[in-house]
Structures are given as structure tokens and as C-alpha cells.
Write a protein that binds this ligand. Structure first.
Ligand code: PAF
Length: 283
């Protein structure tokens, strides 16, 4: 496995693979890789001849008061995990390589991005769409892999690829959880022991919602109200949102009469914002 830091090096390698008639998968990440990323890399390795992992903390998807500076980074660990799971190339650029002086073109989506996480993180999806478009243009993969934990991001990327006629298959991969249920996230490292315990409220309320759907509940508000009550039982937790939305439009729906996404965002100790979700179709 090779690690490169320039666009030119990625292009040169991918061109060579293309010349050999090989297929290429891309796993975009912000590094600090965990088993969730490992599952995406392994899926790409299974589906494609070659796998590129991008490892880049994208400054333009962070708001001014967010955790850009403190976002965890560990390229040596990332190299090992990526290689063990079948990556062939890591693209690890400096911010200047991605955003040269005078950079001024962004990809902005009018729909999907103003709901859920978009409400509390204005500009976030503009940053995500812009960097993912750049990565797609640099690597030109056949397939790209994203986790279902960032369900809104996955919907936004699929919509963008369709709107802009990008010839790339977008694959959504299942949420990977710790043994006790907490969804894997690089941001879990921000939690101290007490907060880590409190964070289990996310997967507990998700399980509650899943049970209600399994038992035939179709009233979206009844489900989200019960989940909010559950979250309120944990003193260190504060719900940002608990919503059931149409999978494609991200608009809230009153009844589970179509494929739906139940998504939550919860602040732990007013410090760490974590997300979790379930798709009714996966139940
Ligand atoms: O999901 C992430 O880690 C990031 O949002 C992504 C897709 C790598 C873009 O920076």
C-alpha cells in the first residue's frame, strides 16, 4: 500500500490501474479510522480491483465553533488499519493541496441539506459536497463507499451524484457498533468514562424506536416522543433532534407509510454531539 499527498500522484497511479483495465473503489474518510471505516474499506476491496482511501480532515465542512482543531488525527494508525483491510492507496493531502489560494467554487444543494444536521450545522453539507466532488474528480472511482451512520450525508451524496450526472455507484454500508451498542465514531474519543456511559442513551433510544416499529407502531410522533422521553432520562444528554423523515427528501413525515429514516443527534455533557439512526427498511 502506498501513501501519497498530491493530486498528481493519485492521478498517475489511478491512470496506470485504468491502463491495466482495473476497477477502482474510493472510501472517503477524515482519518482516525475505526472498525466502521474498516468495513467500508473491506467492502470496496471485495467489489473492486483497487481501493483508494482518502484521509483528509476537510476544513470547509466545520463551522467556526466546531472541532476542526481538536478533530483526532493518527495517520500511522490509519495506514495499518487501511492496509489490513485491503486498501491499495491512501490519499493524505495537506489542506493547501485541496484548497489552493483563491479557491472559490463550491457545490451547494438546495434540498436535503437544510434539515436534521443541516439545521444545527449550517454550511456543513456545502463543505461535504464540495470535497466529495473534488475527491470524485481526482480519483474518478467506479464506486464510492459511505457509512449509513451519516444517513443524511449518504442521501445528499446520492442526490448530488444523480443531479450532476456523476458516473459513480454510491454504496451505503451498515452502521458498525461497539459491543454495548454505541455506534462507532471518531468523536467517541472525546468522551470521558462517565460521558461514554451516558452516550449509550443513543443506541438505547434507537432500540426503543426499532422495537416500536417492529410491534406495528406507524405514528411517527408517538415513536419520536417515546425516544425523546428515553433520552431525557439521561442527565448528561440533551437531544438536538429526534425525527422521522422520508428517506429520499429528508422531510418529516407523520406516518410510516413509506421508507423512512429515524435519525437522532444528541449532545453529551453539552460537549460532544453524536448521531445515530435506523432505516425502517432495514428492520
Ligand atoms: O463522513 C466523513 O468522514 C466526511 O464527511 C467525508 C465524507 C469524508 C467528507 O469529508
Amino acid at each position: 500500500m502506498t501513501v501519497v499527498s498530491t493530486v498528481e500522484e493519485v492521478r498517475k497511479q489511478v491512470k496506470e490501474w485504468r491502463r491495466q483495465g482495473l476497477t477502482v473503489g474510493l472510501v472517503p474518510t477524515m482519518g482516525y479510522l475505526h472498525e466502521g471505516h474498516a468495513s467500508l474499506i473491506a467492502a470496496s476491496h471485495r467489489d473492486n480491483d483497487k481501493t483508494v482511501v482518502s484521509d483528509f480532515v476537510n476544513p470547509i465542512q466545520f463551522g467556526p465553533s466546531e472541532d476542526l482543531e481538536s478533530y483526532p488525527r493518527d495517520i500511522e494508525h490509519d495506514k495499518k488499519l487501511a492496509e489490513q483491510n485491503g486498501a491499495d492507496l491512501i490519499f493524505h493531502p495537506e489542506p493547501e493541496e485541496m484548497y489552493h489560494e483563491g479557491f472559490s467554487t463550491h457545490v451547494d444543494m438546495d434540498v436535503l441539506t437544510k434539515e436534521l444536521c443541516g439545521l444545527s450545522r449550517p454550511g456543513h453539507f456545502r463543505g461535504v459536497c464540495t470535497v466529495v466532488t473534488k475527491l470524485f474528480n481526482i480519483v474518478k472511482p467506479d464506486r464510492a463507499y459511505f457509512g449509513k451512520k451519516d444517513a443524511q450525508q449518504l442521501a445528499v451524496i446520492k442526490h448530488m451524484v444523480n443531479d450532476l450526472n456523476m458516473d459513480i455507484e454510491i454504496i451505503g454500508c451498515p452502521i458498525i457498533r461497539e459491543a454495548d451498542g454505541l455506534a462507532k465514531s471518531s468523536r467517541n474519543t472525546y468522551l470521558n468514562e462517565q460521558e461514554r456511559k451516558a452516550a449509550l442513551i443513543l443506541s438505547r433510544s434507537i432500540s426503543l424506536g426499532i422495537d416500536m416499529v417492529r410491534n406495528g407502531e406507524t405514528d411517527a410522533h408517538r415513536i419520536t416522543d417515546m425516544m425523546k422521553d428515553e433520552i431525557a432520562k439521561e442527565p448528561l444528554a440533551k437531544a438536538d433532534y429526534v425525527k422521522i423523515v422520508d428517506c429520499e427528501t429528508m422531510q418529516q413525515i407523520p406516518t410510516l407509510d413509506r421508507p423512512a429514516l429515524c435519525a437522532i443527534a444528541v449532545y453529551i455533557n453539552n460537549k460532544v454531539r453524536l448521531i445515530d439512526n435506523f432505516f425502517t427498511e432495514d428492520i
